[in-house]
Design a binder for this molecule. Structure first.
Ligand code: CU
Length: 138
C-alpha cells in the first residue's frame, strides 16, 4: 500500500477519535443537567429512590448509559425531558417495546436474568444512538 493510500485512512481515524472525546464530555454535562431536572421535578436526588434504580432519559441519552444491578432489581427509566417522549426496549427480554414515556413519566422493568442486557429507545436508537446496558449480577 502506498503512502497516499495510507494517509487518508490515518486522517480518518484521527478525525473520528476527536468527536468521541467531545461526546463523552457532552454526555457528562447532559447527565448532570438531567439530574438537576430530576431534583426539580421530584424533589430529591434520583439516587435516594429506594424501590428502584433510576436511569434518566434526557436529550437522547440514558443517564447513566451503563449500570450494574443485582438480579431482581427494578430499573425505572424517568423522562426528564421537556418535550420529547422515549421508550425502552430490552432487546433479549422477549418483552415488547414499552409505551412511550412522556416528560415526567417513567418506564419500569425488573431484571430477572443475570448477564449484560442491552436496551434501546425505539424512536431514537438509530438516529441518536440512544442505547444503554444493564449488567445484572447473580
Ligand atoms: Cu428516546
Amino acid at each position: 500500500m502506498t503512502l497516499t493510500r495510507l494517509l487518508p485512512a490515518t486522517l480518518l481515524l484521527a478525525a473520528t477519535a476527536l468527536p468521541a472525546l467531545a461526546g463523552d464530555e457532552d454526555t457528562a454535562a447532559i447527565c448532570a443537567e438531567a439530574e438537576t431536572r430530576y431534583v426539580d421535578i421530584f424533589g430529591k436526588p434520583s439516587a435516594e429512590v429506594e424501590d428502584a434504580t433510576v436511569v434518566l432519559m434526557y436529550k437522547y441519552n440514558f443517564c447513566p448509559a451503563q449500570i450494574t444491578v443485582p438480579v431482581g432489581t427494578t430499573v425505572r427509566w424517568v423522562n426528564v425531558d421537556k418535550r420529547t417522549s422515549h421508550s425502552v426496549l430490552v432487546k433479549d427480554s422477549g418483552q415488547p417495546e414499552s409505551d412511550r414515556a412522556f416528560p415526567e413519566e417513567s418506564i419500569e422493568f425488573t431484571f430477572l436474568t443475570p448477564g449484560d442486557q442491552d436496551y434501546l429507545c425505539g424512536p431514537h436508537w438509530e438516529t441518536q444512538n440512544m442505547i444503554g446496558m444493564v449488567t445484572v449480577t447473580p
